[in-house]
Design a protein around this ligand. Structure first.
Ligand code: BMA
Length: 830
């Protein structure tokens, strides 16, 4: 098959203007305008506001491409549009090919009769996604609420990434454009449209699999279908196939002896079988596809128990405690998300012991590269369908469009070992509360409206989406919504399914509220913080470096965002000394609160078997719930994740009478460990030191190992400068550690600590040896002139102890201009 990407010589213009400007395809109108100097950087300052006109214009893209005789002689010639955003009319040599209306679908057009030798003109006209639906909306009897859409709620009727319309962490940039490649395909033979390697049964001895192939041909033909295991060269399927004119589906069983299994991160290897599928006609391989397949038994186990019903992922018979976060699109302008960006975010997830990401329903079905990386690194994917915080219609046209989108994406993604679950939507069941009074009370809807919305919800989610998963990906579970109890209880129930918790943060409730929960699986909860100071500086002019400046306001999308950060901060933290102090403390606060919640949720195992915090990443530089900011800098929160998601966790709880210490293990068994606990003060005195043996702790268990009476610990000692340090050692190595303070940070008598640093260059890394004259809280390091990566940061230092941090410089010959601060330097105590 001949495949030619049409990505050259594109030009674009506003439909009602004259001048054509160079365009990048794939891309979008916003980045094209930016590259041509037509708009200022939309992410800088308050420029977002200046870019809102773009969504109300129509745009056109045009290229001239040359076709040679060898292409024209083929029987079938098609143009394949892998992604058009969104309302596009496509013309080839002035003949209309297609009118498209779904960003998530692949569109194809046969062009055999239109395409010609030499120059061909491809012209795509995009209608304003907002103007397109406004007249339709005006005709409706109902208002489709789209809670996060910050303008006219056109998003509910448009199959386009919901977050483009604004979110409480994202700007509003309603893009248009060719966001995925356009391919010219030519062939005179059948083609394998989709290939699914379905796992029928799998055990240690044998994998029974089937190769399911959908062919398309424009004539009756025959050929050989061959499946080759590339690692060994073994031919697993080699069979003659008769193909009829039109669509064909074939299934061929095959087996693999002694299969190597795929495991999530932390539970074993991520073995992937590299397969090649060949289609051979007249002795020639005319079409081939390469696939990497991981073999695993994956189950969402839901069994009745003393609380309700379990909710746990089981892979190859092993119960997995799901640890991870929610994933949002990695940029507002999707053409900027390249493999490196995906890789950095997924490696950063793996480094801090994630085994799951939730591709949240307000973004996109991610690119193949994303899922390939998840396969490689053992990150299971909880995959939402792209519906979030909104009501949706369910007329025939809408459902047909959704059906095409969903079938395209299920077929594209179902081969991935990482894909763990399909979920109907984000929060629609919970927010709209169809069976309760939510609709009436919160949205003031009338009975007949509620009836229609409920019916529509049923049609879209519990009929259409559910049946499409059953038909096209029967090995995976369809979960109705996040959160949901699968109708065994109202959504967001502690005893069934998954929950989201937002009373802490949105409602301003104290963090202690987390401890009122006993979820089975918590798939959203979070706390905002500022990005890294260097990331902030990228979107600010110096004179806008204050809360309340237009730039700072633009880069906070939650209407009470800064005020909530400040309110919580006043409760427990000292006053920040300035803007940088505020940014720093906001990160420490976020990290502390998330640590508090996550350690507690882990202690609820086995009732609770999963934690996905909100949110891993950002789509632009902003104050948000993310643990990694837009410039891929780790916040304190992400550094903390390395410890609170460590397979073994020392969980110390400060109770009224005592300090209760539990050891929590998920994927790791502790055979022969020793728990060292010390009572220290800020000046470095060791007030108590003890080591106790801990051994034989099984996986997925929580054991109380110490109960230390506070009366003894704090007798004649100041609670504001004394703390506990716990270290778990195995084979002389510290495999987990934690600290417990008796007072909130604002009450601590932090001392001025002098931190000495020696910097040692190694071949491609730098070691920083640090020692502090007194206890130093949340030590933060940066090199002023290098933008590399610290393996640890925002860490605590005990007095007179040496800590070594590994640093990966951006440039090896950088100036060693290290800047070291700790909490004491960032606050004002008065
Ligand atoms: C959750 C998400 C998003 C939102 C986040 C923070 O419910 O589903 O809608 O960004 O809350 O408010």
């Amino acid at each position: 098959m001949i495949k030619i990407e049409i990505d050259q010589d594109w030009k674009f213009k506003q439909v009602d203007k004259q001048e054509w400007l160079p365009a990048t395809v794939p891309g979008c109108v916003h980045t094209d305008l930016l590259n041509n100097g037509q708009i200022e950087d939309p992410f800088f300052g308050a420029n977002e506001n200046k870019c809102q006109w773009i969504e109300y214009k129509n745009w056109e893209y045009r290229t001239v491409f040359t076709v040679d005789a060898y292409v024209l002689k083929e029987d079938e010639i098609e143009l394949v549009f892998e992604g058009l955003d969104t309302y596009a009319s496509i013309y080839l040599n002035d003949t209309e090919l297609l009118v498209t209306y779904n960003m998530f679908s692949t569109w194809r057009a046969s062009v055999k009769d239109i395409i010609k030798f030499g120059e061909n003109v491809l012209h795509i006209r995009f209608e304003s996604p907002t103007n397109k639906v406004l007249p339709e909306m005006a005709k409706l009897d109902f208002r489709y609420h789209a809670l996060q859409d910050n303008a006219v709620e056109a998003s509910a009727l448009t199959r386009k990434a919901p977050y483009h319309y604004g979110w409480d962490w994202g700007p509003r940039f309603v893009t248009s454009g060719i966001w995925k490649p356009i391919i010219l395909e030519a062939r005179s033979h059948a083609k394998t449209d989709t290939i699914f390697i379905k796992q029928e049964t799998l055990n240690k001895q044998l994998a029974q699999l089937s190769l399911q192939t959908e062919f398309y041909s424009s004539k009756n033909t025959s050929g050989t279908l061959r499946l080759i295991h590339k690692g060994t060269g073994t031919v697993l399927v080699d069979t003659e196939v008769e193909i009829k004119n039109g669509g064909n589906t074939t299934t061929h069983d095959f087996e693999l002896a002694d299969p190597k299994l795929w495991y999530p991160n932390g539970y074993g290897e991520q073995h992937l079988y590299a397969f090649k599928v060949e289609w051979i006609e007249d002795g020639q391989v005319v079409h081939e596809k390469n696939l990497k397949i991981g073999l695993r038994n994956l189950e969402l186990r839901r069994e009745k128990d003393e609380w309700g019903e379990s909710f746990e992922f089981v892979v190859n018979g092993v119960k997995i405690f799901a640890k991870g976060a929610n994933w949002i699109p990695a940029d507002n302008f999707l053409d900027r998300v390249d493999k490196r960006r995906y890789e950095e975010l997924i490696l950063a997830s793996k480094k801090v012991h994630f085994n799951m990401l939730r591709v949240w329903g307000g973004g996109i079905y991610e690119s193949d590269e994303f899922y390939e990386l998840c396969d490689e690194h053992g990150i299971l994917v909880w995959q939402d369908f792209m519906f979030a915080c909104s009501l949706f219609p369910a007329d025939d046209g809408f459902l047909e469009s959704v059906k095409n989108e969903v079938v395209d994406n299920i077929k594209r993604l179902r081969n991935h070992a990482s894909l763990a679950l399909w979920c109907g939507n984000n929060e629609n069941e919970w927010i709209y509360d169809f069976d309760g009074d939510g609709m009436k009370n919160r949205f003031g809807l009338k009975e007949e409206e509620i009836k229609v919305f409920k019916q529509d919800y049923e049609k879209l989610n519990n009929q259409l989406l559910k049946s499409l998963v059953a038909e096209h990906n029967p090995n995976l579970v369809y979960w109705p919504s996040s959160p949901s109890s699968d109708y065994k209880a109202p959504a967001n129930d502690d005893n069934y399914g998954d929950i989201h918790h937002w009373d802490v943060w949105h409602m301003g409730y104290p963090v202690e509220n987390y401890k009122k929960l006993k979820p089975r699986f918590i798939s959203e909860f979070g706390f905002q913080s500022m990005p890294d100071p260097r990331t902030i500086d990228r979107y600010l002019e110096e004179e806008q470096r204050f809360l309340g400046s237009p730039a700072m306001e633009t880069h906070q999308k939650h209407h009470r965002g800064y005020s909530l950060i400040k309110t919580y901060m006043e409760r427990a933290y000292p006053y920040p000394k300035d803007f940088d102090g505020f940014a720093y403390l906001s990160q420490v606060q976020q990290a502390d609160y998330m640590k508090y919640a996550i350690e507690y949720f882990r202690s609820l195992m086995p009732k609770c078997m999963g934690i996905l915090y909100w949110q891993l990443n950002d789509c632009w530089p902003v104050c948000s719930w993310a643990s990694i900011d837009y410039d891929l800098r780790w916040k304190a929160f992400h550094y903390y994740a390395k410890k609170f998601y460590n397979p073994v966790l020392i969980y110390a709880e400060n109770k009224t009478e005592n300090v209760k210490v539990k050891l929590i293990s998920d994927s790791k068994r502790i055979n022969n460990g020793h728990l060292k606990w010390q009572l220290l003060n800020f000046s470095g005195a060791v007030l108590h030191n003890e080591i106790i043996p801990v051994s034989g702790q099984d996986v997925n268990t929580v054991n109380t190992v110490l109960e230390l009476p506070k009366e003894l610990l704090l007798k004649n000692r100041a609670s504001d400068e004394t703390y506990l340090l716990f270290e778990l050692m195995e084979d002389k190595k510290v495999i987990a550690d934690n600290r417990l303070f008796f007072e909130e940070p604002k009450k601590l008598k932090l001392q001025e600590a002098t931190i000495d640093a020696t910097i040692e260059d190694a071949s491609d890394v730098v070691y920083i040896h640090l020692s502090a004259s007194a206890y130093a809280k949340n030590v933060f390091l940066i090199f002023e002139s290098d933008n590399g990566f610290f393996e640890d940061n925002y860490f605590d230092m005990d007095a007179n102890q040496t800590v070594t941090i590994k640093y990966h410089p951006e440039n090896m010959d950088f100036k060693h201009d290290i800047k070291i601060v700790s909490m004491k330097d960032m606050i004002e105590q008065f």
